[in-house]
Write a protein that binds this ligand. Sequence first.
Ligand code: ADP
Length: 336
Amino acid sequence: MPLHFIKQDITKLECDAIVNATNNTLLGGGGVDGAIHAAAGGKLLEECKRLGGCDTGDAKITKGYNLPCKYVIHTVGPIWRGGFVGERALLESCYKKSLALAKEKGCETVAFPLISSGVYRYPKDKALSVAVETISGFLLDNEMTVYIVVFDKASYQISEELFDDVADYIDENYEDESSDSHLFYRNFSIRSEERRLDFIERLGENGEEHIQCELSLIDMLADIDDNFAVTLLKLIDLRGITDVECYKKANVSKQTWYKIMNEKDYKPSKNTVISFAIALELSLKETKHLLSTVGFALSKSSKFDIIIEYFLLNEEYNIFTINETLFKFDQPCLGV
Ligand code: ADP
């Protein structure tokens, strides 16, 4: 998966490079820096001493020594001073410079901690947005698997409003396998109902045309006896986006895309189908149709499915926001 969230000690990760959130001296410190030096052994410090320090926002690379990774990329994040002295640009630069170094060394897998979000006090939710936006921007033009490593999941935050909203939605809609599925529709949160009415009002004079368009997409999906790849290509054409745009938005790697296209009997997982539904910005109804063409359905007794429904109903198609939310609720992320 191109961008993935994991909860782990970064020093244990077997990937090509891990990123160290360090200070200007590069001579070790506390937090993740201390953990990386302790696990890598004294030779890392020796190499760091020869590098002559590092500017804030810049990055330098060393070998991984006793760590399971090949390289350590050392970057110096900004100290948070209220956000008024260019902290964001410097933090973006940390991610960009680190990714550029990783690319230069041919790394295929790179893991980042949440730079600046510890001792340097960058608010975690803001630090996370900068990480996700900068890394996903890079991934639009590059093939790499990037992990954002969240050490302390409790402090890892999607915005409180989004978290509360999704939590409410799960509470209102979660059902035991045995209960009546029709209840689901009666239990729409007030917010979703308001959005629905708002949507109908906004349709105005063009409403009919819009509804027509939605129906024709569903008709098309209902008729389908193509394999998944052909269905996908038809939908991509209908949406007027390119194949690359689509699989990037779906958080799917180029390799997986080729597999879908080349393997005649490829059977997608439910996760993959939903990832593409998000990338194609399908409505809830359209997503259900697409899922049904490959034998899947959304269930009210699955937290994962309810979270997906929440985002589809709210027309929020940013897969990274969705993945942050799934991660926060201990659910698997989208993309393969
Ligand atoms: P900074 O000085 O850039 O804020 P810190 O090391 O204090 O760097 O914190 C950066 C982030 O790394 C924090 O979110 C912290 O929880 C996290 N962190 C600390 N130790 C580890 C570890 N072993 N693996 C992954 N992340 C870690």
